[in-house]
Write a protein that binds this ligand. Structure first.
Ligand code: C2E
Ligand code: CA
Ligand code: CA
Length: 529
């Protein structure tokens, strides 16, 4: 017999023994007090009520029957003189005892069932019946066996919600949860949890850590990048996973956090699967440090604007340039814009950067050395709010600079992700600003924007320009240039690093060029200390 069953057996036996011992004690007391005619007979209710109220009606009835028989056929009404009970007398008493035990036990069983149901609701997801995040959070003791936690999230699942609506989204959740449960069914060591939306966790308690996790990952992968049927609709599902193996003294919540760090890493680096490592936490810390120290850096003049010229292909002369942010710490070390801009974009701080760059751009526009040049500034998606746009227009007006000298660089992320972008761009265009599509060729690069939005300039991304020395790449850029010409859109080649590419751009009749061949971004004097 295994340890669990012995434990269960003891659990049931103990209350019966307690009930029987109490009944025997009280029955003895009834006898010595003089028989069932005495008031002490009522003591027999105590073990019956006690056991029924704690352990339910079944054990209660057993104790009631035993107690009733103890003071039944062999217990006299009066011991001295010895007068025995009639059978109806003790039989009715036994039945009353049983009825009382049943009633008390019945109420106990119902309330226990209720509290179990409530506890179930707290720890289970009502939609799928799977355990929820709280179930995992409540496990406060470190597991005895090695444990691995996998966090699994369906990519861009919020889009399904936006696209199909709430009710159909619930169908997708139910169907995908069912499929996950089926995949995990053969693995008794795996338990599935759902937190929210299409975010899940799998806890694996295993003997053989690696092999078991690998088998489960293999099974899960069969479900990845597949179509599931929700209702009658085939829905394409792609997910990413973060894995963490828990140390012996860690509770499931710690494992959970680690697997989420790994999951975040997987999303950031476009991986299907990432395993937790300490370095990942470091990158988290860096992100927090960037967000928390940016404002101070701005005040301390650690944030600078660098300017990189943009040249006309025909004359090779500079006709304008792009402003690029630089973060230089006290010790001279630098943080790349590719590192800090995405962090700032997740917070309101990006407006402070954009506003700073606009101020620098306007200060430059008024300086003699940049006279007649345009100044291109990078804008982020959240810069497109009414407040930010109105403040830009006012600043430019107050500075007395022609809006046509300010180029507003946006990527496809802005076009696709900002609500009302069309009206914002129309407004800016009507005020004379020049709208530039940055990094063209890296996203969806749909020509549709060109018809839908007031676009003046397209900057062909460096990755496309680099391919222009092959027949295929040349042809591709050529078609972009031809198309832009049709729509009277100016073309700019990005990342022109040498004469070979400058010549290719000339052959392609790209209007303007930017790159190290012409100049490197240089910190401008308006922000120099
Ligand atoms: P971007 O807007 O595409 O800027 C062009 C990037 O290419 C700049 O990198 C520039 O230094 C680099 N570059 C220029 N010529 C060459 C070349 O010939 N070869 C190569 N390999 N690279 C060249 P940087 O300055 O590191 O900026 C990176 C990105 O950070 C920018 O890409 C832009 O998306 C973002 N960024 C920079 N400043 C700002 C800003 O003030 N606001 C916002 N929202 N984003 C900014
Ligand atoms: Ca840019
Ligand atoms: Ca660019």
């Amino acid at each position: 017999m295994d340890a669990v069953r012995i434990q269960e057996y003891r659990h049931r036996l103990l209350p019966i023994v307690i009930g029987f011992v109490l009944s025997v004690l009280f029955a003895g007391f009834v006898y010595y007090a003089g028989g069932t005619s005495k008031v002490y007979t009522n003591l027999m209710y105590i073990p019956i009520a006690l056991i029924a109220s704690i352990y339910g009606w079944k054990l209660g009835v057993v104790v009631a029957l035993f107690s009733g028989l103890l003071i039944g056929p062999f217990m006299p009404i009066t011991v001295e003189p010895r007068l025995m009970q009639t059978p109806e007398n003790w039989i009715v008493r036994v039945l009353v005892y049983i009825a009382i035990a049943y009633l008390i036990g019945f109420v106990t069983d119902i309330s226990r069932k209720r509290s179990l149901e409530i506890a179930f609701l707290f720890t289970h997801d009502s939609q799928t019946g799977l355990k929820n995040y709280d179930a995992l959070r409540q496990e406060l003791t470190p597991p005895e066996q090695p444990t691995t936690i996998i966090s699994l999230t369906v990519t861009n699942y919020e889009e399904y919600l936006g696209f199909f609506g709430y009710e159909f989204f619930q169908k997708i959740i139910s169907e995908f949860s069912k499929r996950l449960s089926e995949v995990l069914l053969p693995f008794h060591e795996a338990e599935l949890y759902r937190y929210y939306g299409l975010e899940f966790a799998i806890q694996i308690t295993h003997e053989d850590e690696e092999a078991s996790t690998e088998r489960i990952l293999g099974a899960l992968n069969m479900l990845n990048e597949k179509t599931i049927l929700a209702g009658e609709v085939p829905v394409y599902i792609e997910f990413r996973m973060g894995i963490a193996t828990m140390n012996p003294n860690e509770i499931p919540l710690d494992g959970m956090r680690k697997s989420m760090v790994a999951l975040r890493f997987a999303f950031k680096n476009d991986l299907k699967l990432a395993r937790y490592s300490e370095e990942m936490v470091l990158s988290y810390k860096n992100t927090v440090t960037i967000a928390s120290s940016f404002q101070e850096a701005l005040e301390k003049n650690h944030i600078k604007a660098a300017f990189q010229t943009i040249h006309s292909t025909g004359t090779g002369k500079a006709i304008g340039g792009e402003l690029l942010a630089r973060w230089i710490r006290d010790d001279g070390s630098r943080i790349n814009p590719d590192e800090f801009v995405p962090v700032l974009e997740k917070t309101e701080l990006i407006h402070n950067l954009t506003s700073f760059m606009i101020d620098c751009g306007l200060a430059m526009a008024k300086m003699k050395e940049y006279r007649n040049w345009f100044i291109s500034i990078n804008f982020s998606p959240t810069d497109f709010s009414e407040k930010c746009i109105l403040s830009l227009v006012k600043k430019v007006k107050d500075a007395g600079v022609s809006p046509s000298r300010l180029h507003i660089e946006i990527t496809e992320r802005v076009l696709l992700g900002v609500v009302n972008i069309e009206s914002h761009l129309d407004f800016l265009s009507r005020h004379g600003f020049i709208i530039v599509i940055d990094d063209f060729g890296t996203g969806f690069s749909s020509y549709r924007y060109v018809a839908d939005f007031p676009i003046d300039v397209i900057k062909i991304d460096r990755s496309l320009v680099l391919k222009a020395n092959t027949p295929k790449g040349f042809g591709l850029v050529k078609s972009i240039v031809a198309f832009c010409r049709e729509f009277k859109i100016t073309t700019v080649a990005e990342g022109v690093e040498n004469k070979e590419y400058a010549d290719i751009c000339e052959a392609l009749q790209i209007d303007e060029q930017q790159g190290y061949f012409y100049s490197k971004p240089e910190i401008i004097s308006t922000t120099k200390e």
